[in-house]
Design a protein around this ligand. Structure first.
Ligand SMILES: Cc1ncc(COP(=O)(O)O)c(C=O)c1O
Length: 465
């Protein structure tokens, strides 16, 4: 039997070839035609169960609801898998609410988040019976109007802006060391505290409105668990202030947002400053331990009762990231010797389809799927199709590669498909779902005709003079 090395729960190397669950990645590449993203149904389910298990075990006070952030991957099939696992989701905008409802999410497990909501979105959310997380003062009137019109009582929460000024550690978002406090201060999300105090007073007088709780999402700034106690202390402090301002109101539900890293954590690894960072992030159990313990102690310290309190978390990358592998094929090799030696491995994909190499300075782990046990012998930029430098993985250590080899970019299951664009009029890749040894399309690849489907050319431009 061929030697097998496990890379994680989903990926292994067998006889020198990369396997995704029971599927040979290079064979998938040939069968479906690169580039495309493979999502592992089995890994998605394992991740969903892990988040539920680790948080539920540590939050005996009330229900834990895992709202997997649908922006991280809004393919309907992936959403159905998470719905079967009992997960809800957070949504931004009409498209994501549509995906949630079409993807089998129970409406009471949908949090309609997001800045700048308009009246049709709010009406759709109230009609569906989703929770609405208000992000500005203007939204309260819109929810009230919709609730009156539809004859439903609307459940709302306020997205708040705790004072994170104690978070002096640098965020992983920028090369220049920038405190997390400063990055969050400049981020628009959430209702300013002076406004939220007044807004809550008004909402509590409205029979059409049920103010159930509050929401805050700070995001992934570092993968260290040490950032969580100060985040939660800031959250608890503001909550106590709101209770005092609102005649003793107490929340029935608290939503702490997402920000849990992918285990191999590609985020920021392209930044020079973060080269020394440990390669893997702490386990979900560690985050669950720190988050729930700090929340319990902060709330108790401020005199809140925990009984029945619904805890919501919104992991995005943590649920989808390592369930996705992007597959591409090597098309050409190029090398120059002067003025300095440099090599390029040219592929049939692009950083336009893996854009967090730019947005989040990710460094993807790249494996030559049909030569997965060969030692590295060259250093080359793995580059993409577009006219941009398109350095998908700069200075990658690789075995000797040939045109026709398959390259797998790991941890690409979150955000990459949603962020992909049509630059150079490139059709965006499709998505294949794998479970065990079975593989099938769940999103067909775009065609050139799809790209031009929205174009309208006025007749006068093409009519002969
Ligand atoms: C409100 C909200 N919740 C959850 C998430 C998911 O974040 P992550 O993928 O870092 O867990 C995001 C991401 O931007 C978000 O804006």
């Amino acid at each position: 039997m061929a030697v097998q090395t496990l890379l994680d729960e989903c990926l292994s190397i067998r006889g020198g070839r990369l396997f995704i669950e029971e599927c040979d990645a290079d064979e998938l590449a040939r069968r479906f035609g690169t580039p495309f993203t493979v999502m592992s149904e089995d890994q998605l389910r394992r991740n969903a169960r892990r988040y539920r298990r680790e948080f539920e075990a540590r939050w005996p006070a009330g229900p834990v609801v895992v709202l997997a952030s649908i922006k991280a991957n809004f393919a309907l099939a992936t959403r159905w898998i998470l719905s079967q696992e009992g997960l809800g989701c957070d949504t931004f905008g009409a498209g994501e609410l549509h995906a949630a409802l079409e993807g089998g999410v129970a409406p009471d497990r949908i949090s309609v988040n997001g800045a700048i909501k308009d009246q049709p979105l709010i009406e759709a959310a109230v009609r569906a019976g989703a929770r609405i997380t208000l992000d500005s003062t203007a939204e309260l009137a819109l929810v009230r109007e919709a609730a009156r019109r539809l004859g439903h009582r609307a459940t709302i929460r306020f997205r708040i802006r705790p004072d994170f000024s104690t978070l002096t550690e640098p965020t992983d978002w920028y090369e220049e060391p920038t405190p997390i406090a400063e990055a969050t201060r400049l981020y628009k999300a959430g209702i300013p505290t002076e406004d939220v105090i007044e807004l809550g007073r008004r909402a509590l007088q409205m029979p059409e409105i049920d103010l159930a709780g509050v929401h805050a999402h700070i995001g992934r700034h570092t993968n260290r668990t040490e950032q969580w106690p100060p985040i939660i202390a800031a959250y608890g402090g503001l909550l106590a202030g709101l209770r005092d301002a609102w005649n003793g109101w107490t929340p029935r539900e608290l939503n702490l947002g997402g920000g849990y890293p992918v285990p191999r954590d590609p985020f920021g690894r392209g930044l020079a400053r973060l080269q020394g960072r440990p390669r893997t992030a702490p386990d979900v159990s560690e985050y669950a331990g720190v988050v729930t313990a700090s929340l319990m102690s902060t709330l108790q310290q401020h005199g809140f009762s925990l009984r029945g309190l619904r805890l919501e978390i919104e992991p995005g990358r943590g649920v989808y990231g390592d369930a996705g592998v992007h597959l591409a094929t090597v098309r050409n090799l190029k090398a120059v010797d002067s003025p300095a030696p440099h090599r390029w491995v040219e592929t049939d994909t692009s950083d336009m389809f893996l854009p967090d190499v730019v947005w989040e300075h990710n460094r993807w782990t790249a494996i030559v799927a049909n030569k997965a046990d060969r030692p590295s012998s060259i250093v080359a930029d793995i580059v993409g199709l577009t006219c941009q430098p398109d350095r998908i993985v700069p200075l990658a250590s690789l075995p000797e590669v040939q045109p026709g080899d398959s390259i797998a970019f790991l941890d690409t299951g979150a955000y990459q498909d949603g962020l992909a664009c049509n630059f150079n009029a490139l059709p965006r890749p499709g998505m294949v779902l794998v479970t065990g040894d079975r593989a099938e399309w769940i999103k067909r690849p775009e065609t050139v005709a799809d790209i031009f489907r929205r174009d309208v050319v006025p007749l006068r431009l093409t009519a002969r003079q």
